[in-house]
Ligand binder design. Structure first.
Ligand code: MRU
Length: 349
């Protein structure tokens, strides 16, 4: 049982845990206006690719409930506008666009029905997307679990737990499943600059699960690998191209290079909803650039001169050659990644 939820639907409102305030405060927000959901995604109040997908779907459902018309055709057009607006929230995590497409497909599939019925279908679909995400993550975790052996020291980056998903987690879900199966190991947690998803969120989740962990500065990974203190690296993903190139939190690429140099296996864990099969490789993945403010100040504290020129890329692309395998809900895609990804995509559940 996971004693917190990143996001849930409750009586035509969305309840979400404000991740900006963790770990100091555990505050749940209630959102009933889809514009507030866009803001929540933009400000990382809710974050992590699968959780962003769920938030987008629930935002779309809220937007649908807000539309005041009895004309189904007008409703569907205005619903499409709502989805277009939500799609602007963040550019890299493909789960956001995937979820909105699913919501629009539902509106299309029930085109002949009344507005009241369309609204019901959309609210239902958003909840299905949340439920499915937990099931998918649990399957993914079972596939990844055997990779984690007793005595391992595992390194992870950013936050990929229940907070970053509908529930359970992806990369952290694999660690959770291994722990629940009785494996005993420890985790190096990259702090994950600049927004400290590792220091603030991953430590908080590991503490709750009971897995031993040690927080490290992002720059410490090389030294630890050199001392043979890292047996395996596991991270999540925001978007994976058809050939396996993977966008994830900035700093992931450097970890993968280090892992290759030191002969450490490097795994990505992500559901199939994080794959963008339309993109042949990672060069086509849009990488979000976030405000300079995030590097110049931290929680109101100034840490660099106000006019400092800043490049604040939120993600980087790890080339497929550096990835040992990608853990999905249908199994692990091993090298060569392009063909095994295609195999998993076409496989039946
Ligand atoms: O900017 P964030 O916090 O949304 O970035 C999150 C990540 O990079 C995660 O590793 C990724 O979304 C996978 S979450 C299961």
């Amino acid at each position: 049982m996971i004693p917190y939820c990143s996001i849930c639907w409750d009586d035509n409102k969305v309840r979400l845990l404000d991740q900006r305030l963790l770990p100091q405060e555990e505050v749940y927000l209630e959102i009933s206006d889809y514009r507030d959901m866009i803001e929540a995604i933009r400000t990382l109040t809710i974050r992590g690719a699968p959780a962003i997908g769920v938030a987008a779907a629930m935002g779309a459902a809220l937007g649908a409930l807000e539309l005041e018309t009895e004309d189904p055709e007008e409703f569907r057009q205005r619903f499409a506008d709502v989805c277009r607006e939500i799609a602007q929230a963040r550019p890299t995590a493909v789960n956001l666009f995937w979820a909105l497409q699913r919501m629009q497909a539902v509106a299309e599939a029930h085109a002949g029905e009344s507005v009241a019925s369309l609204k019901e279908h959309l609210v239902h679909e958003a909840q299905v997307i949340l439920k499915e995400d937990e099931t998918i993550n649990r399957h993914l975790a079972q596939h990844g679990r055997p990779l984690i052996k007793d005595g391992y020291q595992v390194l992870t980056h950013c936050n990929t737990g229940a907070l970053a998903t509908g529930a359970y987690g992806t990369a952290l879900g694999v660690l959770r499943a291994a722990w629940e199966a009785g494996r005993r190991f420890s985790v190096w947690v990259d702090e994950t600059r600049p927004l400290l998803q590792g220091a603030r969120l991953t430590t908080w989740e590991l503490e709750k699960i009971g897995i031993p962990y040690t927080l490290i500065p992002d720059g410490a990974a090389a030294a630890l690998m050199r001392q043979q203190k890292v047996n395996l690296v596991i991270v999540g993903a925001d978007r994976i191209a058809a050939n396996g190139d993977t966008a994830n939190k900035i700093g992931t690429y450097s970890l993968a290079v280090l892992a290759k140099f030191h002969g450490v296996p490097f795994f990505v864990a992500a559901p199939l909803s994080t794959f963008d099969f339309a993109l042949p490789n990672g060069n086509f993945i849009p990488v979000e650039e976030r405000p300079a403010e995030e590097l110049i100040r931290f929680r109101g504290e100034t840490v660099a001169p106000a006019e400092t020129p800043v490049l604040n890329l939120a993600f980087d692309i790890t080339p497929k050659e550096l990835i040992t395998g990608i853990i999905t809900e249908r199994g692990i895609a091993w090298q060569p990644l392009s063909s095994s990804i295609k195999y998993l995509k076409d496989a039946k559940d």
